[in-house]
Design a protein around this ligand. Sequence first.
Ligand SMILES: [Zn+2]
Length: 257
Amino acid sequence: MWKNVRVAVLLLVLVIVAGRAWLDRVQTQSWKNTVWVGIFPLNGDGSPVAERYLAALSQDDFASIETFFEHEAHRFGVPLDQPIHIELYPEGKQLPPELEQGAGVLGVAWWSLKLRWFAAHAEKVPGRTPPRIRIFVLYHDPTSLPTVPDSHGMQKGLMGVVHVFAVKEMAGSNNIVIAHELMHTFGATDKYDFGNGAPLYPVGFADRDQKPLYPQSSAEIMAGRRAISPTASEMPASLRAVVVGAGTADEIRWTHH
Ligand SMILES: [Zn+2]
């Protein structure tokens, strides 16, 4: 008897989670209403450098992400005036759970559950409406580590964890990373070679028909880098040199109008 009850409860939970994921996807891919995206800044290493950077952050620092989505969506014929609205939330005190290096499928699943739990609490800011999508941005002092940990954006759970350096000159490229992870939450997939980071041809190229093909003048958002030659690529300085390619537009349903 109790065993049946336990199985029934578990099945019910699974059905609710699956139904919720389906609903989230339908709602965030309809492009009928502006989707609210919350940026939750965090001090990634507890350093004074990151603290000073966080204290100076304002909503304006993320405006280029809104403009990027607006410009690119309109290029694909999406009629919505403003596809996303970015809302900056106050600095959080608790860091999201960390994903272990080399975590397997189960490890990642467990981490994403813990992250959902974390996000559900972190989004509760007194006097503020919780956003539809939660992006946790962890700022690091560049002198404390040579490269930042990998960033992640997830469609299931509508959340992302982004690691960036607390450097004013990198604000433009930091917004590329945030926009990339945000695109993942809308259902876009990566378009670069996981081995060497190079953009994949043709899906990861901004202009697959450009003549000559190299150097590409812009980067595709899910490749994150523009190819300079068959063997070299670089990250642009800002979203002004980034586009949404046809493959990505299709995945996030910008082409179904
Ligand atoms: Zn990615």
